[in-house]
Write a protein of this length. Sequence first.
Length: 217
Amino acid sequence: MRGWWKKTLNGLTEQPPWLFRQIFPGSLFRVGTADRRVYLTFDDGPIPEATPEILEILKCHNVCATFFMVGDNIRKYPEIAEAVRRDGHSIGSHTFSHLQGLKTATGLFLEDVAKGAAATGDSPLFRPPHGLLKPAQWRQLKRQGYRIVFFDVVSRDYDSEVTAEELERIVMKRIRPGSIVVFHDSIRTISKLRVALHPLIERIRREGYEFDTLKWE
């Protein structure tokens, strides 16, 4: 029974269920397209231990992605944030301090979001840390013009029980036209991503998909 329950929870994590998507209507979980197009996204950077290596992998395959950056990391490593921009990737905010909305008062959370957006150059793209925030926070952010981005596929690269090979399997099992796939450019994940990203990008292409970035419009 425990194995069945764990498998079910992992599945719900890897692809957010319909009910969760209905809580935040109008937010972006998946791009509405019939084209075989996917959107790779990276959270939590920029950091010197991971982001430059990921940029090199993406450049090797001529792929552009969307980076949801923590504002305080931009402050500490502006040259890496600039490298992301220079390589043609899209940039969104991931708050300034990586605050989790459910654990943070709404006023403080909104202030941190605004500070993080300013650090990115006022990108309207915003992804809440851990994909969690209160409905009141979500409503306020929508009123303020943010384009709130969640995800259609979670790679679980952060999970210590998931190997690089399993990460590839998770993504390939879940992707579909318009999928927004989330990874993390972090110390915790780079050992897996340096192994998994090359074959994963190649396999996605073999399946007939193209890569695109999330736009500001």
